[in-house]
Design a binder for this molecule. Structure first.
Ligand SMILES: Cc1ncc(COP(=O)(O)O)c(C=O)c1O
Length: 367
């Protein structure tokens, strides 16, 4: 019997593994596995979300004009050079399909975001991982890995799952070292966790350079991951291609309404930023105190911490993952991302952070 044959490059995709939400024995475990905002979303966004229910029978504005206007006003960007997507994921997935032919290469850092190799392979391109240095993007290694057939370079800054970041001067050096026909995608999913409105200079580059796109999301500090809203800005020519290739109605009516209200509530964002910083510090300090037992917190600029674990014993990554899960805390063990010795723990609320610290200490005491 003959059957439809998938493209061979699609079959090479290692499907995305989402963070787990359940663990045996706990009716309501604490989910610290997906870098969500534990404080939820702005009450104003939730109000707008409910109010939009009455418009469920109408198609949304596929161009997201009102949302783009608000994003443009907030960041000092031309709304004509913003495109919105079903999460920033939609935009990250589209870029290689627009700029790569089968057989081209897409570059990202080792220990980078899982979506980049998927996005490359969807386009028939080959993902290439450049080595990092102590869990941090290495600009020299990235530049050395560029090949004549490289079309796209993805850099999350801060990076997921490491939480590390390179400064604006390094981003500028990376851009200066790239050919003009290589698209530099600066993924700023976690940028709002920093004080600066453009912490790595990416937005400034996207305004002036012909080959830089910045992506952002409302899934992280804005707390709207379940609604799937993201956006990108860059040169008019690239935004035009994204508009050509994107889904016609990428964001639903309620998601648009909530996103517009969320962008307007910057007091909520500032509050979450401060709370995240405080809880992240408490968690990093607690892990630091377990340094004598082989744990190390990689310094993070985001809403999670990568923890390097000892090779053996109850604090080894898999054992620690299981130990925390038994105590009701779901974290992320990362063997599939070349980090079998590491756990990523998302920053939780004040109570969740106290809880996960107590659980870590209990496991370490028993070790
Ligand atoms: C680095 C990075 N980029 C993009 C995203 C995707 O965000 P979105 O929900 O907008 O698709 C994530 C989500 O985990 C991320 O960690």
């Amino acid at each position: 019997m003959t059957q439809p044959a998938p493209n061979p490059w699609i079959q090479k995709i290692d499907a995305y593994q989402p963070g787990k939400a359940k663990t045996g024995g706990h009716a309501k475990p604490v989910k610290l596995s997906s870098n969500e905002n534990p404080w939820g979303a702005s009450p104003r966004a939730l109000e707008a979300l409910s109010a939009a229910a009455g418009s469920a029978h109408r198609y949304p504005d596929g161009t997201a004009a009102a949302l783009r206007a608000k994003i443009g006003a907030l960041h000092g960007l031309d709304p004509e050079r913003i495109v919105c997507g079903t999460g920033s994921d939609e935009i990250l997935q589209l870029l290689p399909t627009i700029y790569c032919a089968p057989g081209d290469t897409v570059l990202h850092v080792a220990h980078g975001f899982m979506v980049y190799p998927i996005a490359a392979r969807r386009a028939g391109a080959e993902p290439i991982a450049a080595p990092d240095r102590d869990y941090t993007a290495d600009v020299d290694a990235l530049l050395a890995a560029v090949r004549p057939d490289t079309r796209v370079l993805f850099l999350a800054n801060p990076n997921n799952p490491t939480g590390t970041m390179i400064p604006a001067s390094e981003v500028a050096r990376l851009h200066a070292g790239l050919r003009g026909d290589v698209l530099l995608v600066l993924d700023q999913a976690y940028a709002e966790y920093l004080e600066s409105p453009d912490p790595d200079g990416g937005l400034a580059l996207a305004r002036t350079a012909s080959n830089v796109v910045v992506t952002r999301t409302l899934s992280k500090i804005y707390g709207l991951g379940g609604l799937r809203v993201g956006w990108a800005t860059g040169p008019a020519a690239i935004i035009a291609e994204l508009n050509r290739a994107r889904a016609p109605f990428p964001i639903s009516v309620p998601a648009l309404a909530a996103a517009e209200a969320a962008i307007e509530d910057q007091a909520f964002v500032a509050d979450c930023r401060a709370r995240n910083r405080a809880q992240r510090q408490l968690l990093a300090d607690a892990i630091g105190r377990l340094g004598n037992k082989g744990l190390r917190a990689i310094p993070s600029e985001a809403n999670f911490i990568l923890v390097s674990c000892p090779e053996r014993g109850p604090l080894a990554a898999e054992a620690l993952y299981n130990g925390l899960a038994e105590r009701g805390f779901i974290t992320r063990w990362l063997p599939g991302q070349g980090l079998p010795h590491a756990l990523r723990i998302s920053v939780g609320t004040e109570a969740e952070t106290a809880g996960v610290i107590a659980a870590l200490n209990a496991i370490a005491d028993a070790a």
